[in-house]
Ligand binder design. Structure first.
Ligand SMILES: [Zn+2]
Length: 686
């Protein structure tokens, strides 16, 4: 038994002891200085500190990032007889001293719709107030006019960054990402030399150089990473200096170089298990074979996680919708409990998230997601040093990309195996549309076998896709084991909500709170710590995921949240006395107050339509499919109702948020007009 395992068993309140002497993973690197976490120095105009910058689908918190926000400038009507839509932009006087401007053009049509026009780009201030944009078909619509978010761009030579002095321990390294904002990846933009120097008194030693030229070299349109050995400076007090300079005097365009998350790391003999949290979007427990689905949909998940770890038999989402369910997972709060603020409003800063807590504990953190409603700026990216999205063209019908997603996740793990890591992986593989690839499209049965019932065919395709996903998951878990990480990793596999196939008259998810939409797989594996082959019947919720992870790894807990650590349950005990029930809400109600509320207690599930004052309760042991509501007196129903009233009164006390204004302001800050348009199309924004 390793030391780590014994220490963690001690956390499980067992009799382990006397393990303090032998470090289990000597040499794991922990940060001793993070430049981003220090107090930001004064920034030149047009430069931000710690903002996320997106390059090649990956967002990283950066130094010297182009300022978000700027001014929303109204353009005039399109100029007649112009083949590309020639718009005049009246720049305010505030930009007069700026040589370069970052411009995000958009088009506002008469019905108020905002459409993003082309990508952001950098324009010289001297080009005057006229900018040529191809408005396309949208520009021809009556009443259309141009708007643009305009931000000044700082000159290259004012962006040097100097870190605070640090005494370099033996074995220390520095890591930093380098990239050029995509707005300056074309045209005449100058290539940039990134230089890292170590300064000791008046002596400066250049320890790293990289030149990036994304305007000319496709391979430079990505983040580049440097890992710098600080061994020669061990025992001395030095400061890191990050400098950028044009690398080709003949190119006159300015550029937008950024530094991602510079960190000084040193080995520490301490215990820190890795954490991998995998969210299999829309995978209902009912279709997972570890949860006794009729079809063998997930043999690898069953074997690699279910049999070697613990299965929570009664795990429920907090809302049958991707965004609030994941917010609950990250924060430990029920969807409506997020300070009473609607969950599509950016998460308030005072609510901490799982990745932030793990970053604070010294973890390297990364997310690989598939876009959609796990919207980075709502709060999901907070705490992540790398946030990658494999996006789909249509938000409503995301393409499952699990192979690509898991590969990127494994690559990141391989590159960070000398650090304690937190990796969040999210895939839409089984989300509608159900499109199993060959040969999975004939797994279990052919479409003909499924008969004429379109619903049965859809369920077959969904479960075929689950079988495909299971193979991709298998490959990923093999990669984790191949890196030697399997035995020192807490692995949590979950789904954010389930899926309906007309069990109660509707399809997909979001509007009903019956078991097929709420009951999700939740499985944990950590050899020697999480008992193997254990099944737990106590109702638990996605709000318990973050508290459990933080408890297992010994990171700072989330304070005052709805969820609680499941460690006592894993060790054969019970949850706290305050935990009587778990709750879910219908996503449709999240904007306009609570309508549908679900309360699960052992053996019973009640659904309240609170506005109408009606309810349905089911005996989940006698009637797990929830076909026949309980009629007549049942003493358990009163206990459930008391919990419902308690939850509802708590939530009702929270102030309603002014959703559209807040959201519009937040999204406009990033000039993400396209995202705004998507949300409007879904009815989230007026
Ligand atoms: Zn989802």
């Amino acid at each position: 038994m390793t030391c780590t395992v014994r220490v963690l068993l001690a956390l499980l309140a067992t009799a382990a002891s006397g393990c303090g002497r032998e470090p289990a993973h000597e040499g794991l690197l922990f940060p001793i200085q993070r430049l981003l976490d220090g107090p930001p120095p004064a920034q030149p105009a047009g430069v931000a500190w710690g903002e996320y910058v997106r390059i090649a689908g990956e967002e990283r918190p950066a130094i010297a990032a182009p300022l978000v926000g700027g001014e929303l400038v109204q353009g005039g009507p399109p100029q007649p007889d112009s083949p590309v839509g020639r718009w005049s932009l009246q720049l305010p006087a505030t930009f007069q001293d700026t040589a370069w401007l970052l411009v995000q053009p958009g088009l506002r049509t008469e019905d108020g719709t905002l459409t993003r026009l082309a990508a952001r780009f950098v324009a010289p201030r001297s080009s005057g107030p006229v900018i040529l944009i191809d408005g396309g078909e949208a520009a021809a619509r009556p009443g259309a006019h141009m708007v643009a978010m305009v931000t000044p761009v700082a000159a290259l030579d004012v962006r040097d960054v100097v870190g605070a002095p640090v005494v370099v321990p033996a074995g220390a390294v520095a890591t930093v990402g380098m990239g050029i904002d995509e707005a300056a990846s074309a045209g005449d933009a100058a290539p940039v030399e990134f230089r890292v120097a170590v300064v000791e008194g008046s002596r400066e030693t250049i320890v790293h150089r990289t030149v990036l030229d994304p305007a000319r070299r496709m391979e430079d349109r990505r983040w580049a990473d440097a890992r710098i050995d600080l061994g020669p400076f061990a025992g001395r007090s030095v400061a890191l200096v990050l400098r950028t300079a044009p690398a080709d005097a003949g190119r006159t365009g300015t550029s937008l170089p950024v530094w991602a998350d510079p960190v000084v790391l040193a080995p520490r003999a301490t215990h820190a298990p890795n954490v991998i949290l995998i969210s299999l979007d829309t995978l209902r427990a009912k279709s997972v074979s570890a949860y006794r689905s009729p079809r063998p949909t997930t043999p690898h998940l069953d074997r690699l996680v279910g049999e070697t770890g613990t299965v929570f038999d009664a795990a429920y989402t907090t809302a049958p919708h991707t965004l609030p369910a994941h917010l609950s997972t990250f924060t430990g709060f029920y969807a409506r409990g997020l300070s009473g603020v609607n969950p599509i409003v950016p998460l308030p800063r005072h609510i901490a998230t799982l990745p932030e807590q793990l970053r604070a504990a010294g973890y390297a953190t990364a997310a690989v997601t598939e876009d959609g409603f796990i919207i980075p700026r709502v709060g999901f990216r907070r705490g992540f040093a790398s946030y990658r999205e494999n996006t789909s063209p249509d938000l409503h019908e995301p393409l499952g990309q699990s192979a690509k997603t898991f590969r990127a996740a494994a690559d990141w793990l391989a590159a960070h195996r000398d650090r304690p890591t937190f990796l969040f992986v999210h895939t839409y593989e089984v989300h509608y549309p159900y499109t199993p690839v060959p040969p999975y499209d004939t797994a279990f049965a052919t479409e003909e076998d499924a008969g004429d019932d379109e619903n049965a065919r859809e369920l077959l395709r969904y479960e075929q896709e689950a079988r495909y996903l299971d193979d991709e998951l298998h490959a990923f878990l093999d990669a984790v084991d191949g890196l030697g990480l399997g035995t020192r990793t807490l692995l949590v596999v979950m789904a954010d909500h389930g899926e309906e196939f007309h069990e109660h008259g509707s399809k997909r998810h979001g509007l009903q709170l019956y078991t097929e939409a709420l009951h999700v797989p939740l499985m944990m594996r950590f050899p020697g710590v999480v008992p193997a082959g254990q099944r737990i019947a106590t109702p638990v919720s996605l709000v318990d995921v973050a508290p459990t992870i933080l408890d297992v790894v010994g990171a700072p807990a989330l304070i005052g949240v709805d969820g609680e650590s499941l460690l006592p349950l894993l060790a054969g005990g019970s949850l706290s006395e305050r935990r009587q029930a778990v709750f879910s809400e219908a996503a449709s109600a999240l904007l306009a107050g609570i309508d549908l509320l679900s309360v699960q207690m052992p053996g019973i599930h009640c659904i309240y339509r609170t506005r109408q004052g009606t309810s349905q309760c089911f005996d989940t042991e006698l009637d797990p499919a929830e076909r026949t509501p309980i009629v007549g007196a049942d003493p358990r129903v009163e206990a459930v109702r008391a919990e419902a009233v308690r939850y509802w009164s708590l939530r009702r006390a929270a102030p309603a948020a002014s959703v559209p204004d807040e959201l519009v302001r937040e999204l406009s800050k990033d000039a993400d007009l396209e995202r705004l348009q998507k949300l409007r199309s879904l009815g989230y924004v007026e």
